[in-house]
Design a protein around this ligand. Structure first.
Ligand code: OX2
Length: 828
């Protein structure tokens, strides 16, 4: 009898059954047989693990059918290569995809358990820093929901992004041991492990047929072991795979050392190999040029490409049609070494001639750029690169020589431009420029919002644009409405579903159908009540995490994102201090009560950003304890902002702060999550803010600040921050207050690095934008007083946010870059 037959014969044993009875039964079975516990003695973690296994079982069949269908159809598969996948907790999302949240809740409650409490047990895998990693997670959710064959390839870091606590107002980092209790969502596939070489040297030789060849003799070899997690689409039969690689010592080389009698040396080498996937580098938008980081990147890219070649063979397809089977997306330059690695695999290991291999490579890859910030541009010192990847450096030289010949035909005689285009930076110490490798090796290059894509063409990649204008395109980011609305904001989801049906979950553009309700008083009242309930939930989280009590009737003004000078959290800090100054100098000033909520991590080595956190918490400390303020202003910094915390924050926000200096934030995606959940934006003309404003309408958006053009112009003229300070009395007073040590118990040196920089350089032009920002906040203040008008704007904001679904973004990538389409799964 086959497995399927046996489940028919014993329906209670069918691990795909979604009936309440079988869910309960499966749960108790896992508790006993997987966790080895009974209900009486089970810990909360045992209960969570059992539930997770019960749910995972229910995904296995569609997971299986999905890969069988893709193999049988030889379906064109998107391989999304990303050094980060910031997935957030799995359980809630998987229940949503399966459509069993309600049944599970009942099943648990019949066992005397509370589903929400079990959901809270999950340790979120923090395998990313911020926007870039979270985008990858939204994209694989959309790919599965749109039934597009796709694999997410990345690194299974043992320690994800650090856990942030706030002590005496300062960020303190703690390790994130997310695997401590095991990860029930992954399956290890030791049988698909691959070998990755590192270091050593190359040798030339002539093969049997007299052809000239190169052999790479590595210094060491590391094994890559895949760990797979199911990525179910929403209410479809497709369950795609997230495949993360873990580094392990190879037996071969262990034995080698061991046989020489050096047991401890062998063990030590094992430890060093496994260091490769130990920890995520906690830098967002800045690179450190560390050898281990290059090794991490090469490791996961090589594993992934070898895996795809294995699949290609398994499907009975020749390597020379690799580009027909796979469309590989490079999520920024972190995986861009893939261009050289695919070339190496094709020419050295599969003996494909160079020109043919280059053709295949270029047709396979496409590259997304996520930032214009110079400190984020990856370049590796040539000597370091040679030490780690000697063979790849040779290949890169060859790619470069051929590329520069092509460029010389385009730009005859323009050697300065040729030097700018080169894959090797030779202006001082020599570097390999990874963005250039990505551009040359890809058939498509995109920015992540319209302004960003324009600036790429005009600035950062202008020489490439001049050479290959057709390669460039713009793909505005999006976020998944499953996690960011249906799961995070169930109250709003329910109301919307009651009015327009539940089609919005799979097709967020349909959210526009709620627009007519903006003028419906009963709908508006419910909308308000929902926001208030979400605010009460957030208020209790804030109390739990910070001990600060906030008023749910005050305006929730929120800024959550990585802490970075270009994002300008300190601009908010200046404004809050100014408000405080106003309240202190005019006792009975009538202001709209506000709760300013901040959250976000600073890179551990980024002192300025850490000082920005201290500035916010220090100002908050004074304001929150001053009786004169009479609770009209509160400032709260939520520790350890994460996907989990975000799910509670976005639905409760009323004002979304998107205040980066124009031209600096490539897109932003938090801005979209806020907009979908009915928060109005106060923002600059930057990144996707511009497109949000275009969609929701200028009267539903609080705009301030210089445009990117004006920023360029001001910089050209010579920006002098002091000119702006002299013009603005309030700003002057605030800066003096901070400088005097008023917020730092008299320590006038504490914030000097921040303040002096603002007065002397102010590279992010806070002083230039301050006036306009403060004036805009006064407009917000007035607008909030008209509750009905505000609610109307909030509804319109959500109704017009249809464009910002990652389903729309993925649809565009599929049509315009990947040429991939939906392949419905055949059920067996
Ligand atoms: C971020 C960008 O800063 C942000 O604007 C964008 O929304 C996000 O990527 C997703 O595209 N690291 N993080 C980013 O860029 C880099 C590099």
């Amino acid at each position: 009898m086959s497995a399927a037959d046996s489940s028919v014969a014993h329906p209670e044993h069918d691990r795909s059954s979604l009936s309440r009875e079988s869910l309960k039964r499966a749960f108790l079975d896992h508790l006993l047989y997987t966790q080895g516990k009974s209900l009486e003695i089970a810990s909360k973690n045992d209960l969570y693990q059992s539930l997770a296994h019960t749910v995972r079982d229910r995904l296995v069949r569609s997971w299986f059918d999905t890969s069988a269908t893709h193999q049988k159809r030889n379906a064109r598969t998107v391989a999304y290569l990303s050094a980060e996948f910031l997935m957030g907790p799995y359980l809630g999302n998987n229940l949503l995809s399966l459509g069993i949240s309600h049944e599970i809740r009942l099943a648990m409650s019949e066992l005397g358990l509370d589903l929400d409490e079990l959901l809270r047990q999950e340790e979120e895998p923090g395998l990313g820093n911020g926007g870039l990693g979270r985008l990858a997670a939204c994209f694989i959710d959309s790919l599965a929901t749109l039934e597009v064959p796709a694999i997410g390839y990345g690194i299974r870091y043992e320690y994800g992004i650090f856990y942030q606590t706030i002590m005496d107002g300062w960020q303190v980092e703690n390790t994130d041991a997310w695997l401590r209790y095991g990860n029930p969502w992954e399956i290890q596939h030791a049988e698909w492990a691959v070998q990755v070489k590192l270091g050593g040297h190359t040798e030339q030789y002539t093969d049997d047929s007299g052809r000239f060849r190169v052999r790479w003799v590595p210094e060491k070899t590391v094994a890559g072991v895949p760990f797979d997690s199911p990525i179910p689409g929403y209410r479809v039969d497709t369950t795609n795979t997230l495949r993360l690689w873990r580094a392990e010592a190879t037996e071969a080389f262990d034995f080698h050392t061991f046989n020489r009698g050096d047991y401890l040396g062998a063990v030590n080498k094992k430890v060093t190999s496994e260091n490769l996937t130990k920890v995520l580098y906690p830098n967002d938008e800045s690179v450190q040029g560390k050898e281990l980081r290059l090794e991490q990147q090469y490791f996961f890219v090589s594993c992934s490409l070898q895996d795809m070649l294995r699949l290609q063979q398994h499907r009975g397809q020749p390597v020379t049609s690799f580009h027909k089977s796979f469309a590989i997306q490079l999520n920024d330059t972190h995986p861009s070494i893939g261009v050289a690695e695919l070339m190496r695999l094709l020419i050295d290991e599969h003996l494909v001639p160079w020109d043919r291999a280059w053709d295949i490579t270029r047709q396979t890859f496409s590259y997304t750029n996520h930032t214009l910030l110079p400190e984020a541009l990856e370049r590796w010192p040539l000597e370091l690169f040679r030490r780690v990847l000697p063979r790849h450096l040779e290949i890169i030289f060859e790619i470069n020589a051929r590329f520069l010949n092509e460029a010389r035909i385009h730009f005859f005689g323009d050697e300065t431009r040729i030097a700018r285009l080169s894959l090797i930076d030779e202006s001082g110490e020599r570097y390999v420029r990874m963005a250039h490798l990505a551009c040359v090796g890809s058939h498509a290059i995109n920015g992540v919002a319209d302004l960003h894509s324009e600036l790429l063409k005009r600035d950062l990649l202008k020489d490439f644009y001049a050479m290959w204008p057709d390669k460039f395109t713009s793909m505005t980011n999006g976020v998944t409405p499953r996690r960011w609305v249906a799961l995070s904001n169930p109250r709003m989801g329910k109301l919307v579903t009651r009015c327009i049906g539940d089609g919005w979950i799979k097709d967020w553009s349909r959210i526009r159908e709620i627009e007519p309700y903006a003028d419906d008083a009963a709908f508006a009242a419910e909308w308000r009540a929902i926001k208030r309930a979400n605010k009460i939930d957030l208020a209790s989280l804030l109390l739990r995490k910070t001990g600060i009590k906030v008023d749910p009737d005050s305006m929730f003004d929120v800024q959550v994102k990585r802490i970075h000078e270009y994002k300008r959290q300190h601009l908010s800090a200046l404004h809050i201090a100014a408000l405080y100054h106003r309240v202190k100098s005019q006792r009975n000033l009538d202001i709209t009560p506000r709760t300013f909520i901040f959250g976000g991590k600073a890179a551990p080595g980024y002192m300025r950003a850490k000082l920005m956190i201290k500035l916010i918490t220090a100002i908050g400390d004074v304001i929150n304890h001053d009786p004169d303020v009479r609770d009209r202003i509160k400032v709260v910094f939520i520790p350890n902002f994460s996907v989990t915390v975000g799910q509670c924050v976005y639905p409760a926000a009323e004002l979304s702060e998107q205040i980066s200096l124009a031209g600096k934030e490539a897109s932003g995606t938090g801005n979209m999550k806020f907009a979908m959940n009915g928060a109005l934006t106060i923002g600059t003309m930057d990144g996707a803010n511009i497109e949000i404003r275009d969609e929701v309408g200028e009267d539903v958006f609080f705009l301030f600040g210089l445009t990117a053009e004006e920023v360029y112009a001001l910089r050209r003229e010579g920006y002098r921050p002091m000119d702006f300070l002299r013009r603005d009395g309030e700003l002057h007073a605030v800066i003096e207050l901070i400088r005097s040590g008023f917020f730092s118990r008299g320590d006038s040196a504490l914030f000097a690095p921040l303040i002096d920089d603002l007065l002397n350089h102010d590279p992010y032009m806070l002083l230039a934008d301050y006036d306009s920002y403060a004036a805009c906040h006064s407009r917000v203040d007035q607008a909030y007083r008209d509750t009905q008008a505000w609610t109307r704007m909030s509804i319109l904001n959500t109704a017009r946010s249809g464009k910002f679904s990652s389903d729309r973004a993925i649809g565009e990538y599929c049509d315009r870059i990947w040429k991939a389409r939906a392949v419905p799964v055949e059920k067996r």
